[in-house]
Design a protein around this ligand. Structure first.
Ligand code: FAD
Length: 446
């Protein structure tokens, strides 16, 4: 009897793929056992949204289960509008100005962009959203989103608010983190001065007032971290513009050295759109090893690209931003891999809306044999964006959270303007959100 063995490379459906790494193959007899087909699944053809643990980021039923039809229609309208770049450009310039004139625009902002991206004006309002997310296994990074307020009184007030947020988070089972912007606790100009003179303590700035001012910033941060450590709440420190980032990094490292000895309380944010940051991540890890503390990092691509490039151009210095998106993606994925490979010493928050980066990270966890709910790995997306990633990861048992800001409308305007810009400038993001929303509306109302 003649036997032919034909190898066909084909993509096999789940759950056969799960056996890919163990050399799975299948022999199919055909034509009365005269022909045998040996099928070998090829990992290279694996679908972007269908990996070894059954994740599909296309599953809109999971993604939007917490949203009513009315909410979805509102989101559809908003993302459709944000797709008009010219509209967003004019809107983001005019809105802060209009808010100051006292024209009655609060209502329209509250019902549209605020509703989509912000939890509420008060902690109490936001609590409602937090508990809805909790029902779907989604955690919360609570963010008192007030930005741009200057003055010592404002900084003290913000510190009190952060403490209130930590105390509230400690009473909720699904709020493991709060987020803090150093510019909410310190004068922007002070941070810039310190950035330009990194050796402040060695005497370049022996200006009494500045030293006192910086000490007050450190005290505020220390108080927050101390209370957070007592209550076991993680403090994620946001990354900001590169020209104020150095003092933010140094303060964060100082806090990590104090509070991250046994568990990870304090996290720095690494922006991989900067070409020096993968190296900085590794350096931070080395310092943590030398000083005997655990490193906490939130990995982001970065939110201020256009501003960074414009400033570098205007002031004639080399841009800190990667030359192209591919390099940013490459460093982002390399940073994720580095953290996962050092999982015992680094706690990482993979904060991204990029489906490929999230999938790669999820696959790597499996490949390295790290549990989906390992306490050193969290995924996170902003509230109002990429629910398809958040809720489908949560369904697969990963630690995943929404970054949920709250605050009075006028104070969260800068945050909202960044979201509008991000959703009009990131190629494909608005289109992706819109198509998912439309798909879900069609599924619900065939
Ligand atoms: C939980 C959470 C916390 C966050 N905290 C911070 C924070 O503290 N600080 C901060 O800055 N941002 C923060 N962000 C915002 C984040 O930086 C943006 O959401 C992110 O940049 C969008 O990228 P993405 O990973 O979703 O992927 P994508 O949508 O694939 O990437 C878009 C990003 O790639 C980069 N990029 C685009 N084009 C180019 C190019 N031509 N060259 C080089 N790079 C390019 C830019 O950073 C752009 O924003 C946070 C986001 C989340 C989800």
């Amino acid at each position: 009897m003649s036997v032919f063995i034909v190898i066909i490379f084909r993509f096999l459906p789940q759950p056969l793929n799960t056996r890919l790494d163990t050399g799975f193959y299948k022999i199919i007899p055909c034509f009365g056992e005269k022909l045998f087909l040996l099928t070998v699944p090829l990992p290279i053809f694996a679908s972007r949204t269908n990996v070894s643990m059954n994740i599909s980021f296309d599953n809109t039923e999971n993604a939007f289960a917490y949203k009513s039809d009315k909410d979805l229609k509102g989101a559809k309208f908003l993302f459709h509008t944000m797709g008009y770049r010219w509209f967003v450009q004019i809107g983001t310039r005019l809105t802060p100005f209009i808010m100051k004139t006292g024209l009655p625009v609060h209502g329209i902002i509250r019902r549209t962009i605020f509703k989509q991206f912000v939890g509420g004006e008060t902690l109490e309002e936001t609590a409602e959203i937090g508990s809805i997310l909790g029902k779907y296994g989604v955690q919360v990074i609570l963010d008192y989103g007030v930005e741009g307020k200057q003055g010592e009184d404002s900084f003290d007030h913000a510190t009190e608010e952060f403490i209130r947020v930590i105390n509230y988070a400690a009473t909720q089972s699904n709020i493991p983190f709060i987020s803090v912007k150093v510019t909410g606790l310190a004068r922007f100009g002070l941070l810039q001065t310190l950035d330009e003179a990194p050796r402040l303590r060695s005497g370049i700035h022996d200006h009494e007032e500045e030293i006192d001012e910086w000490d007050r910033v450190r005290d505020r941060m220390y108080t927050l971290c101390e209370i957070a450590a007592e209550k076991n709440i993680g403090v994620l420190i946001d990354a900001e513009e590169s020209w104020i980032q150095d003092p933010v990094d140094r303060l964060t490292m100082e806090m990590m050295e104090i509070f991250n000895k046994e568990k990870v309380i304090v996290y720095n944010t690494i922006q991989l759109y900067r070409h020096d940051r993968l190296h900085f991540l590794k350096l931070s890890h080395r310092i943590a090893q030398q000083q005997g503390f655990k490193l906490g990092v939130k990995l982001v691509r970065g939110a201020y690209m256009e501003k960074e490039r414009t400033r570098a151009y205007d002031k004639s210095y080399a841009s800190p931003i990667q030359a192209n998106k591919e390099l940013t993606d490459q460093d982002y994925n390399a940073a994720v891999a580095y953290c996962l490979e050092n999982i015992e010493e680094i706690s990482v928050i993979i904060a991204s809306h990029n489906e490929e980066s999230n999938l790669k990270a999820a696959e790597l966890l499996d490949r390295l044999g790290i549990a989906h709910n390992h306490h050193h790995v969290h995924f996170s997306q902003l509230f109002g964006m990429s629910d398809n990633i958040t809720f489908n990861l949560a369904k697969e048992g990963f630690n995943v959270s929404k970054y949920l800001p709250f605050g009075p409308i006028r104070d969260v305007i800068p945050y909202l303007m960044r979201r509008a810009q991000e959703n009009s400038s990131v190629s494909g993001q608005t289109g992706r959100e819109l198509s998912l929303i439309k798909k879900e509306l069609k599924r619900r109302n065939p």
